[in-house]
Design a protein around this ligand. Structure first.
Ligand SMILES: [Mg+2]
Length: 256
């Protein structure tokens, strides 16, 4: 799951300063982990411990209150009721990568992705975004080629994957909905020729850069089998000991 987290860290400095190019510095002094990383690691912990998604997500997020949460999510974190709020934001997709890496059957992936989403993102598009991302990771991790991943995700979730990044890029703007950002992140992966190139393509859309690079980065790690070590190191140094501990426990258990 380090592939998703590195995408978040690399994309973080471009979220509010969008760029429309693949030529940029991967890490700079503003690169940091954001909500995408916190929520991803929380889900990994929930999977590792068999714990409750809601409880663990809330506990991690409160540990890092300045990670840049959306307004509605922040209200959810701070309310005792913690009822889902019918969100179709891409928060369900950005945090789901551990599900794709840990589950052993397609049915399980879809069910766990749904369960991890509905605690907040119970709108059908919110659930779909999480399931599409997790299933793409699951298929890539099991050696599926890009054409089969594309066909499976496009047909099952009705995402338009017959587009090119260079055609989307000029008019693309910040869009934090699942329906306006998940397919584009998957396209960045499909067009890429390496992990790093995938992250560059995702950020180059000039949209919700950290989240789209996080979504694309999880799939790219699964497909290309590894994240370049300098990217992994630069990312890990920007995390906390508690985060690194959970990442390492997850890797020891699931190999990713
Ligand atoms: Mg973020």
């Amino acid at each position: 799951m380090i592939g998703a987290i590195a995408g978040d860290v690399i994309g973080s400095s471009y979220e509010f300063h969008p760029i429309k190019s693949v030529e940029f510095t991967l890490f700079n002094r503003f690169s940091r982990f954001t909500d995408d990383t916190v929520c991803t690691i929380a889900l990994a912990d929930a999977i590792l411990t068999g714990g409750d998604y809601t409880k663990i997500l809330r506990s991690y997020c409160m540990e890092y209150p300045d990670a840049g949460y959306g307004g509605r999510f922040w209200q959810w974190l701070n309310s005792d009721a913690a009822a889902p709020y019918n969100s179709f934001g891409n928060g369900s997709a950005m945090r789901v990568s551990p599900v794709g890496f840990a589950c052993t059957t397609e049915t399980e992936v879809l069910e766990q992705a749904r369960r991890s989403a509905v605690i907040t993102h119970n709108h059908p598009e919110g659930v779909k975004g999480a399931q599409a991302t997790a299933l793409a990771i699951f298929l890539a991790a099991r050696g599926a080629d890009k054409q089969s991943i594309k066909t499976e995700i496009a047909s099952r979730f009705n995402y338009d994957l017959d587009r090119k990044i260079e055609d989307i890029r000029p008019d693309y703007q910040f869009d934090e909905t699942c329906q306006g950002s998940v397919a584009e992140a998957i396209l960045a992966f499909l067009e890429s020729n390496s992990y790093e190139n995938c992250i560059r393509l995702a950020v180059s859309l000039g949209g919700d850069a950290d989240t789209q690079a996080c979504i694309a980065g999880g799939i790219a790690q699964a497909f290309y089998r590894e994240v370049p070590s300098f990217i992994e190191q630069e990312t890990l140094t920007r995390l906390t000991p508690h985060m690194r501990e959970t990442i390492s426990a997850f890797r020891n258990r699931y190999g990713w």
